[in-house]
Write a protein that binds this ligand. Structure first.
Ligand code: TXA
Ligand code: MG
Length: 331
């Protein structure tokens, strides 16, 4: 399959170009598109055959559900039932934006989208290109991060093409994405609402709107499996480094044994020597989040064996970054 490459201005996309991508969606094909978090790849969410193509393109296991990407709350609410009143406060405050709501699906939602679950994830991206695409397509777009299954999410069209060129019908290229880490996923099927995946909207921001109604990630047996799919893990052994640990010393000890070592430094002043990859984060958790997946990809391409990553303060966006690092460190 030839992937049609469509370049657009992120702030003012040419409607004729959007229409080319929207027509592909209407024809049941797959299209990658930017969002404010990471790139997505999606298809007509009401057409089971089209949805199947998304799974195929990504080599995604069929038991891992997609998210319905919508252009409005009106469109989202046509797909679900039994919405709590409090959900509307969240919508008012955070939509469009990186907050995915897991709600009870109705019969309009094909079982393939939800992987047979009774719930569906609703997401209204805060990106002009994504919204224009969904609008022009005229249907909700069932989508997921635009990477091969098991690879990190894509924060640029280049990453998307590396994974999916020739496997999808089209890509809308609007440069790099803003947040770099995925949306927060909140289960709103019962109270208190539960964060299933920490993400771009922090727990603190949710609590400002609904004090006492937000619960952290639901703990699961054996520390895992709270989501259907595991997060990405690079080839390297990731070693989370807490404040107070001596990152330079730890890294140098491995490098001295001849290992290929990478470090991601967020607060330390002293940079280790002898390492094969050094990344310095100056801009706090926001920058860390934006660069995280690029760092993982870089570590893989440089065949890093040990990747030492400083854990940011687990507040606000830092909690989402820390979550991805701890996941990456799990074996
Ligand atoms: O920022 C984002 O959320 C990006 C952009 C493209 O929108 N999307 C994204 O999709 O990260 P994906 O498929 O990579 O991650 C969605 C996660 C998956 O781990 C999936 O298992 C989970 O959401 N999920 C989907 N539907 C669910 C449901 N009904 N209940 C619980 N988890 C669900
Ligand atoms: Mg993903």
């Amino acid at each position: 399959m030839q992937t049609v490459h469509l370049k657009v201005d992120p702030d003012n996309p040419n409607p004729r170009i959007i229409e080319i991508a929207a027509a592909l969606i209407r024809e049941g094909e797959t299209v990658a598109f930017p969002t404010e978090t990471v790139y997505g790849v999606g298809a007509n969410g009401l057409d089971e055959k089209a949805v199947q193509r998304v799974f195929k393109a990504k080599r995604r296991p069929l038991n891992n559900p997609l998210l319905m990407h919508v252009m409005s709350w009106e469109q989202a609410s046509s797909l679900v039932t039994g919405i709590y009143e409090e959900v509307l406060l969240l919508i008012n405050r955070f939509w469009p934006g990186p907050l995915t709501l897991v709600a009870r699906a109705n019969d309009l939602v094909p079982p393939l989208v939800t992987a047979g679950l009774s719930t569906v994830g609703l997401r209204m991206p805060d990106h002009r290109v994504a919204l224009d695409l969904i609008k022009a397509a005229g249907v909700p777009v069932a989508a997921t991060s635009a990477n091969l299954s098991g690879r990190p999410s894509s924060t640029s069209a280049r990453h998307v093409m590396k994974d999916l060129n020739g496997r999808i019908a089209g890509i809308l290229n609007a440069g790099t994405t803003g947040w770099g880490i995925e949306s927060t996923i909140l289960d709103v099927t019962r109270t208190p609402f539960t964060i299933l995946r920490p993400g771009a909207i922090s727990r603190e921001r949710l609590e400002e709107v609904l004090p006492g109604l937000i619960e952290a990630v639901r703990p699961q047996p054996e520390g895992g499996g709270r989501m259907r799919a595991a997060h990405y893990r690079p080839d390297a052994q990731v070693i989370p480094v807490k404040p107070g640990d001596n990152l330079a010393e730890l890294a140098q000890a491995q490098a001295a044994k001849g290992k290929r070592v990478g470090v991601v430094v967020a607060t330390h002043r002293e940079l280790p020597t002898l390492t094969d990859l050094v990344v310095v984060i100056n801009g706090g958790s926001a920058e860390y989040g934006r660069r995280l997946y690029e760092i993982f990809r870089m570590a893989d391409s440089r065949r890093i064996e040990y990747l030492f990553m400083e854990i940011p303060e687990e507040k606000g966006l830092g909690a989402a970054v820390a979550d991805r690092i701890y996941e990456a460190a799990r074996r």
